[in-house]
Design a binder for this molecule. Sequence first.
Ligand code: SF4
Ligand code: SF4
Length: 157
Amino acid sequence: MLAHTAALPSFSIVRMGGRARPAKRSQSQRSNAGFGGGRKEQLWHCVEGCGACCKLNKGPSFATPDEIFDDPSDVQLYRSMVGPDGWCIHYEKSTRRCSIYSERPYFCRVEPDVFETLYGISKKKFNKEACSCRDTIKAIYGPHSKELDNFNCALRS
Ligand code: SF4
Ligand code: SF4
């Protein structure tokens, strides 16, 4: 389904451009809050040559592993993957690919079941939330980056 990298996009929990990092939503918040209504829905695609979400330590605007995960073993695994520069140790910068793609942790998989389990995002809302990895791309590569252009083009196509 994905290109060769995909991990924990920003979602509502960690929206970058000015968004807070409210961690998980409570049940009462898991409705339509924060979702733009009325516009035609874009179909999310992971794009080759991005890998923005494989920067695991993205800074204070993003949720911490403790805020994301309930299971301490997930926190531990996530932390163990963070390299000294904040990128995942399994991320190959030269190719911008995941070196353990077929065996990457479940939380790296941008899939409806994972979103529902981790964030309480219903499957109906999966696509819109997955599209919010745009914010991660902006934060990592910048608002005028070719990576962001590529992503936006992929969504339009
Ligand atoms: S930020 Fe989005 S487009 Fe980029 S690698 Fe991650 S899931 Fe794919
Ligand atoms: S294991 Fe690392 S490189 Fe692979 S998808 Fe997850 S965060 Fe990215």
